[in-house]
Design a protein around this ligand. Structure first.
Ligand code: TRP
Ligand code: ZN
Length: 895
């Protein structure tokens, strides 16, 4: 728990540090109870700023001594700072000795123990929990690290860079000495001391250099590292091929740890991973896990250039590395998927995720720009806005300057800034300067509003056709709604990739007024004013506009298209993303109609027949069918409404699923049979698409059967659950039973637990599946309450804590939002408990209440009361305090 007051840190207050630390020589005498840290630094005054005291950060440390140039020096400690008033003007050496207590460190920030080993997590501000330092990303130093530890307990000793030396010591201890030649900020420091084994592979880069790749895990997990290693090799090859960025270290290490706050961390040459983002075998991991692992391995590897070689000047620039690196990992996943339709599936999944988590964030209490202006606790700003919206901003650069132009921009960025700590403005300037005269460079200042303005822009599009003149006039308007702390906004630069189709589905050539001839069949319109009109000429027939293809900007589009027009797009659009989008819009219109009028939802034949046609279409991939036939999530539906009653939304979506299940029953059965994978397991796009569709079909069939009292499909699902040879099919069958509340769910859940009780990551799935189960009269909530008491449940392990708490509070709105407020009571209680253990994680769970102000009564008042109860606790962490105070402040605000 942090002490002291929660100060607001502002972007505009940035000042360069008064001192630089050029080199650090660290020695660790590792002991779980008391680890001794000796740090010898070469320090230099920063002549560019006025002479002042040297102020070092330190938290939860026990200071033993401070020497300057070998002499003791007077200092004082104030809050979390060690202050030396009389630091020399000339270069000097600084030696600090302190201890810390890794086994008491449950926050998983700094140096901590997990599974009997030592691990570190220093981003964003964990290094100050290891030793006193200028713990800010613009202070970059060359590190040499000596680790000393018991050899039997900790045979593997790792740190960043290259191994210089190993030796045996007295008392059964040993040492390893590492040197990282690249200057780096303290947040990229890492060490590992544990009993691990490694999978190794050598790789030769284009320059002909050999590199050693290692994936370190606990002894029993080695066979689950093959996929991660393959992903790493593919990432290295891709970054060289696509961006000309090679691996710059002789050795690249990846380590798995089961207690970890996020997915993974890009420490230079020593990436540390949550085991959930690293380990996979067909028997224990789903297709979704395989693809998540591929993208996280890639993400961390890509940080080696975008984040490590060029880093952030300050934490407000976080999206400089995160938005760019998410963009790179998304591009990588698409290139790995290879075929156009598999690429579209990647894009659809990314957009679905953005809408499910970032759009709500952008209209709630925590709304913030991609480059925030202030924060209390930086850990609270590792958000979907900084990551996923940040990636969309990078994608828009590429859309505006083209793929080649973007690659030239990246090249210039590294030419200018390699080895530096820079800002989002520096990135923007590099891309623009490499593309003079482009659609980006001519409106760069306006484009940069994407960094400054929070909120999701609304774009309205209306077309009118003049048959006599053969013109189609498209009017685009943008509206940028007020968000928490930002009442007024300016127009943004919105690239709208588009095409026109005839009513019969043919592509039409595109010629804008003033052009001599048509230019292609797809183009990018740039909307940069509140309202703009685009006139297409030579349009022989009334067209259907296909707008925002590939989701070319992170906006909400109201295109005013009728069902008939959406059906044309669903059938014929050249853009697979917009075909999917049409399927979702058709479903959403019907669900919203029911919720808004309070009338029972009825799916009409037009819609059902269109869905049947999708299911039967031999040209479409299974993966695409699964995405088109999956209804919009309840959270996404809630986003469309000004007042949200989670129970009503759930009832409408449930009814839609039941009708889809009933009306297409025969087609679901046929699709199930037709998409059985007979070949050996591969996490490929084709196989995983087949399994996804078979799983959806099975869940529809079980759902329908449960309503009609038929026992055949539940029986088949149980059989499949028992006989499955991979986790995707096993979990799919189990979910079908659990979500339909079929009788066989109970024995299946018991059997699943018995089978996998020694596989922590699978036990997480077991908890999560139950907490996410489709709500049925309070059963799910009651079950979660029971599971909180299960011997396997603990708040100390983040994956396990999330498996119940995030699943219920963030992903199961109908089970969480109860008229008796029991969900909110549980939330408050668990957030407070978690805050005493792991504030970072507590802050995440606290965010379940971000959107409380839009709730209907009685939910709204009960939610406010629960938030106020948490806020009233005097000893909260900064993490939770910032979240609950912002939540309370959003009452009556724009959100
Ligand atoms: N930089 C990491 C990534 O995106 C994120 C991360 C890992 C992190 N662990 C963290 C951020 C702990 C804050 C705190 O790849
Ligand atoms: Zn990252």
């Amino acid at each position: 728990m942090r002490e002291g007051t929660a100060a607001l840190i502002r972007r505009e207050d940035y000042v360069a540090p008064a001192y630089w630390i050029r080199t650090v020589d660290l020695t660790f005498d590792l002991d779980p109870a008391k680890t001794l840290v000796t740090s010898k630094m070469k320090v230099e005054r920063n002549a560019a700023v006025p002479h002042g005291p040297l102020r070092l950060h330190g938290e939860e440390l026990n200071l033993l001594r401070v020497l300057i140039d070998g002499e003791s020096v007077s200092f004082r400690q104030e809050g979390h700072e060690l202050i030396i008033e009389s630091a020399p003007d000339a270069d000097f050496s600084l030696e600090i000795r302190n201890t810390c207590a890794p086994e008491k460190n449950t926050s998983l920030s700094g140096l901590y123990t997990s599974g009997g080993g030592f691990f570190t997590q220093c981003e964003a501000e964990g290094f100050r929990r290891i030793t006193y330092f200028l713990d800010r990303p613009d202070v970059m130093a060359v590190y040499t690290v000596t680790l000393r530890a018991d050899k039997a307990k900790y045979p593997v000793l790792l740190s960043n860079g290259n191994l210089l030396e190993t030796a045996d010591l007295d008392n059964g201890r040993h040492l390893a000495k590492w040197h990282d030649p690249f200057p780096k900020p303290s947040y990229l420091f890492a060490l590992v001391a544990a009993d691990l084994v490694s999978r190794e592979q050598r790789i030769r880069t284009r320059a002909g250099k050999d590199h050693l790749l290692q994936v370190y895990v606990r002894r029993g997990d080695l066979e689950k590292t093959e996929h991660a290693m393959n992903s790493l090799v593919a990432s290295i090859v891709w970054d060289e091929a696509r961006f000309g960025l090679p691996l710059d270290l002789e050795r690249f290490m990846v380590v798995g740890v089961s207690d970890f706050n996020m997915g993974a961390m890009e420490n230079k040459g020593l990436n540390i991973f949550n085991t959930s983002a690293l380990l996979a075998s067909p028997a224990t991991a789903t297709d979704a896990d395989f693809s998540r692992i591929e993208s996280i391995v890639a993400h961390e590897y890509f940080h080696n250039w975008t984040g490590n070689r060029v880093t952030c000047r300050d934490w407000f620039q976080l999206s400089l590395k995160e938005g760019l690196t998410v963009f790179r990992d998304q591009e990588f996943s698409m290139d790995m998927a290879a075929t156009p339709s598999a690429r579209a599936v990647c894009r659809i999944q990314d957009v679905r995720q953005l809408r499910a988590v970032q759009f709500p964030e952008d209209s709630g209490a925590m709304a913030h720009p991609v480059r925030p202006d202030s924060y209390v606790e930086i850990n609270n700003f590792y958000t979907p806005t900084v990551y996923e919206k940040g990636s969309e901003v990078v994608r828009m650069y590429q859309t505006l300057v083209g793929r080649k132009g973007f690659e030239a921009g990246i090249k210039l960025y590294f030419e200018r800034h390699d080895g530096q700590a820079v800002t989002c403005d520096d990135f923007a300037a590099a891309i623009a300067d490499a593309n003079p005269g482009s659609a980006l460079s001519t409106r760069l200042e306006a484009f940069k509003r994407w960094y400054a303005q929070s909120g999701t822009p609304r774009v309205q599009a209306r077309g009118s056709y003049d048959a006599a003149a053969q013109t189609f006039t498209l009017t685009l308007k943008q509206h940028n709604p007020a968000t928490a702390g930002q009442p007024g906004k300016l127009p943004q630069v919105i690239p709208v990739t588009m095409g026109l189709l005839s009513r019969e589905g043919q592509v039409l050539p595109l010629q804008l007024q003033g052009e001599a001839a048509p230019v292609g069949t797809e183009r990018v319109l740039v909307l940069d004013e509140a309202e703009q009109t685009f006139v297409f000429t030579g349009v022989a027939t009334e067209p259907v506009p296909s707008l925002l293809r590939g989701f070319s900007a992170p906006v909400v589009l109201d295109d005013g298209l009728s069902d008939a027009e959406l059906l044309v797009l669903l059938k014929h659009d050249a853009d697979a993303f917009n075909r999917w989008e049409a399927s979702q819009r058709l479903a959403l219109n019907r669900i919203l109609q029911a919720v808004r009028t309070g009338e029972a939802l009825v799916l009409d034949t037009d819609y059902l027949e269109a869905m049947r046609a999708v299911l039967r279409d031999p040209q479409l991939d299974a993966a695409f069918k699964e995405l088109a036939l999956t209804l919009p999530g309840e959270g996404y539906v809630a986003e469309q409404l000004d007042v949200v009653d989670p129970q009503e939304i759930h009832a409408a979506v449930e009814a839609a699923y039941q009708q889809l299940a009933a009306a297409l029953a025969d087609d679901w059965a046929a699709a199930y049979e037709a998409h059985q994978v007979k070949a050996g397991y591969e996490p490929s796009p084709v196989q995983s698409g087949q399994r996804a569709l078979a799983n959806l079909a099975l869940s529809m069939l079980v759902l329908h059967a449960t309503r009609t009292g038929d026992t055949v499909w539940p029986g088949r699902a149980y059989q499949r659950f028992k006989d499955a040879t991979n986790m995707t099919e096993r979990l799919g069958a189990l979910a079908a039973l659990v979500n339909a509340h079929a009788e066989l769910a109970e024995p299946a859940l018991q059997r699943f637990h018995a089978l996998f009780k020694h596989e922590a990551l699978v036990v997480d799935k077991w908890f999560a599946l139950q907490a996410r189960a489709s709500e049925d009269g309070g059963k799910t909530f009651a079950r979660v309450k029971q599971l909180l008491q299960h011997p396997d449940f603990t708040l100390k392990n983040p994956n396990r804590a999330r498996s119940l708490l995030a699943s219920l509070c963030m992903f199961n709105p109908a089970a969480f939002h109860r008229s008796d407020a029991a969900g909110y009571v549980l939330w408050a209680e668990q957030v407070l408990l978690l805050d005493g253990i792991n504030p970072q994680l507590a802050g995440r769970v606290a965010r379940a209440m971000d959107r409380w102000t839009v709730l209907a009564e009685p939910y709204r008042s009960a939610a406010r009361e629960a938030i106020a109860r948490v806020a009233a606790k005097p000893e909260l962490s900064n993490d939770v305090r910032e979240i609950v105070e912002r939540a309370l402040a959003s009452d009556g605000s724009a959100a």
